[in-house]
Design a protein. Structure first.
Ligand SMILES: [Zn+2]
Length: 402
């Protein structure tokens, strides 16, 4: 998609109106690797607050083209979480603690958007005494387990697979870090509501953009991400849940490696479905604004570090040629000048051999032998952690700016 292509505005997926106050625009994208010379396909995601109900979401339509670029490009998915420090509970353990009281004998537990099946596999390990039936629902079967049944389905069209649960209604539906990716969250939850038993539960977890959630170091999180269509707060979710004919029975806010998390347990509501939407006072806009400010401040300090390093040494290396690198070159064109004049060498494992502004990208395994200092560029916490570990193993001269 070209940068200046007119993108069609979408309606608010909570109240249905189409009038937006744009908070910020996220520049996401992917590398076009079809040629040796790398080109960036940029996708603009304006994030807006609905002028009517104050829900915060991306205000353009997610076309088939966008979905394909975001989900089916050959990028390797980064780890979702950092390693759990010793003596602390892992995110999966915390999820399990949250849902365990509602797991009964012979439960049918279904994970909508199961991905690699980490949550289901955790339940499988720790719930054997309940003899649960476990099912994963997702585009592709990445779970590959003998004890977990897989149903292929599009999470944006759950009505197509609804009948598959007629014989075996669901006692516990799980959907973690999925609701922010679906186009119509109310419809998504309504469809799941039709598949659960009358006494069944739905467990959802989303990144927490409530004004009282953790707002420290948001630049190291994936809170704002091209794949995230919706930005939720406790108050916006409370409305969405009601619109879907559900009620909240339990709620918890947690922070893992800077990532604010919101966990909800839902049940069918006995009262009439609410159709009107009350303006969401405590919406996600504060948190979204904070993340963009944090990101911009970090970019500035990162650029200064590069500048200082070049004053000290004739040449330096930059490691990790992804979205953060690209955005840095857009904000500070001087960086491109240093790359073309060979003052800055680029290192990346996946992109080795490609060329960016006349500079051939070197495989990151060469960092071991590098004579110059190398600065690590990606900002996402779990990615930084993995790269840092590698560089320690190599005994290499790598700076991890913080
Ligand atoms: Zn709205």
């Amino acid at each position: 998609m070209s940068a200046n292509q007119k993108q069609k505005q979408t309606s608010c997926k909570v109240c249905g109106k189409s009038s937006w106050h744009i908070i910020e625009t996220l520049l996401s994208g992917i590398w076009d690797r079809s040629q040796v010379v790398l080109r960036r396909k940029v996708i603009f995601f304006p994030i807006g607050r609905c002028k009517h109900c104050h829900h915060v979401q991306v205000t353009i339509n997610y076309t088939k083209e966008i979905f394909e670029a975001l989900y089916f490009s050959n990028q390797v998915e980064p780890n979702m979480w950092c390693d759990t420090p010793q003596g602390q509970k892992s995110p999966y353990e915390e999820m399990f603690d949250f849902i365990q009281p509602c797991i009964e004998d012979g439960a049918h537990i279904v994970d909508f958007g199961a991905g690699a099946g980490t949550t289901l596999k955790y339940i499988d390990n720790y719930c054997k005494e309940y003899s649960p039936t476990l099912t994963s629902v997702d585009f592709h079967n990445h779970v590959q387990s003998e004890t977990i049944k897989h149903i292929s389905g599009d999470l944006n069209e759950l009505e197509i697979i609804r009948r598959k649960f007629d014989e075996t209604p669901i006692s516990l539906a799980i959907s973690t870090h999925v609701l922010e990716h679906v186009i119509e969250p109310v419809n998504f939850l309504s469809e799941i509501t039709k598949m659960i038993t009358d006494n069944g539960n739905i467990f959802i977890e989303v990144p927490d953009c409530s004004p009282d959630a953790n707002m420290n170091n948001l630049e190291f999180t994936n809170l704002i991400h091209g794949q995230h269509i919706h930005y939720y707060s406790k108050e916006s979710l409370a409305q969405i849940v009601k619109l879907a004919g559900l009620k909240i029975v339990k709620q918890q806010q947690l922070t893992t490696g800077n990532i604010p998390r919101l966990l909800l347990l839902l049940k069918k509501s006995n009262s009439n479905i609410q159709h009107s939407v009350i303006p969401i006072e405590n919406n996600a806009s504060k948190s979204v604004t904070k993340r963009f400010n944090d990101y911009s401040n970090y970019q500035e300090s990162l650029f200064k570090k590069i500048q200082q390093a070049l004053k000290k040494d004739k040449t330096i290396g930059l490691w990790g040629i992804g979205g953060d690198f690209y955005l840095l070159t857009q904000k500070y064109p001087e960086l491109i000048h240093w790359i073309t004049s060979n003052k800055v060498t680029l290192y990346d494992y996946e992109l080795a051999g490609h060329v960016f502004y006349n500079s051939k990208i070197i495989c990151s395994s060469e960092i071991k032998q590098a004579k110059h200092p190398v600065i690590l560029l990606p900002m996402y916490g779990p990615t930084r952690e993995k790269m840092k570990e590698l560089s320690i193993n190599w005994g290499a001269n790598v700076t991890v700016p913080c």
